[in-house]
Design a protein around this ligand. Sequence first.
Ligand code: KIV
Ligand code: ZN
Length: 565
Amino acid sequence: MNFKKYRSFPSIDLPNRRWPEARILKAPDWCSVDLRDGNQAIPVPMNVDEKIEFFNLLTGIGFKQIEVGFPSASETEFKFIRELIEGNLIPGDVTVQVLVQAREQLIEKTFESLEGAGRAIVHLYNSTSSLQRRVVFNKSREEIIDIAVKGTKIIKKLASALNGTEIIFEYSPESFTGTELDYAKEICDRVIEEWGPEPGKKVIINLPNTVEMATPNIYADQVEWMNENLNNRGSVILSVHTHNDRGTSVAASELAILAGAERVEGTLYGNGERTGNSDILTLAMNLFSQGIDPCLDFSDINRINKIYEKCMKLPVHARHPYAGELVYTAFSGSHQDAIRKGLEIYRQDKPLYWEVPYLPIDPSDVGRQYEAIIRINSQSGKGGIAYIMEQEFGFRLPKDMHPEFANVVQKAADKTGNELKPEVIYDLFKKEYLDSKSPLNIIEYMVKEKENLQDGDKQVFLNAKLEINSRIKDVSAGGNGPIDAFFTAIKELGAGYYQLVNYDEHALTSGSDSKAVSYIQLKNEDGGKLFGVGIAENITTASLKAIVCAINRFLKNGSKINSKN
Ligand code: KIV
Ligand code: ZN
């Protein structure tokens, strides 16, 4: 690749730059440009109904400034703005914004579209970079300034003639980042002077990173320089509008806020020309995750994803920060284990601040669920599988059982090569443990207890009807409890000699129809260990079923039932 064809962006001479030491302490004014920059960049632009639906989505999220289009450039945009105004669809605290080039006819048409609006931002732009001046316009610096100042004059005249509509003026030196800083200041100062803002009636000066050409620190330097050097700064709202050509538009907007920007233009999910605009969803949620009120509400992210996908006809990437389908999912075993431990401690200790490994925010804050956090594939660890069994199905598998069942799940995941959904994991559990009824099965049993009241000695007698290799057998044995008696009966049957290693139980559902689940780990004569699981209304039945299950698993794994029986 011929990298020599390119050169690096020069650094900005700003020896006392302050932005690296600054901190973001509050949300900027947000302005959504989804319905303009976003809409102009989608393969199938939105129709009026879709635009209205999207506009309502934006106001619902809490946007107070929304660029609704380029009414002089498209009939659909003109019609849409008229519908918003005539249909009284603009909430009182929301200001619509319209974009226009510095040409008289276009400005007039833009003002026509605004008739009857309570308040609007008229956003004027012309391109100022050295490249565009030379290649596109073939105009001198002064000629380009002239375009901007003339446009401002026309807007000022039309604004004062407009009845009942408050006009806020915004100016963008388009391709600002490719513009010499002294010249960008000169053109902005001339526009500001022409408009004549006051501290109580500010003008918006927007500095677009129209094409992202350098690292975000360079943009921050450019913004800080403008922040320090613009005339009449007290009457200016400094705004930024970044694009994502280098993939760092969110960082550029954040550093620009550190450098003095008070307002940020962008779109949901970063949609926009080429690689898109700054992603306001990510910017806002970044603030949220630092304990700062983003002044936007993303608490139902699934709904926002859906409306966005429907209107924009673009998918939300599965890995999109905060919103993607997979961003609260851990595939790696060690991540799953850490999340499980983190969530457990967070629930137990209820600390003041959220702190769970691998989860920068609590998924429930954006309407996502803990249940969806962990999915299982062949790389998943035992902790994640145990977590699914507990969270989704209420089985608290004993710790020693985790590796055994993880082995079962991982074999299945290897076979399919796919991620396993919780239901599939449950099916594997059911097949491996709960449905294990052959070659040994318990049909019925009866327990009798004898207690000597003199010496306190207790004895239990168990009669059971068992099925072994499709033959019914009656067995009976005694012991110090039903489990002990059952072991003796099994031994006499020739089904092998087993020792109980681990016993665990818990209620499975609450209420009157609650069932008990019993987990029993047995050791066979060769020292092999396996778990069995049984569910029943009473704990003795659950335990006997668990023993039968464990024995069946041994038998399936190669142990034999003694042939003389
Ligand atoms: O990216 C850009 O420069 C723009 C301007 C019109 C603000 O969208
Ligand atoms: Zn743009």
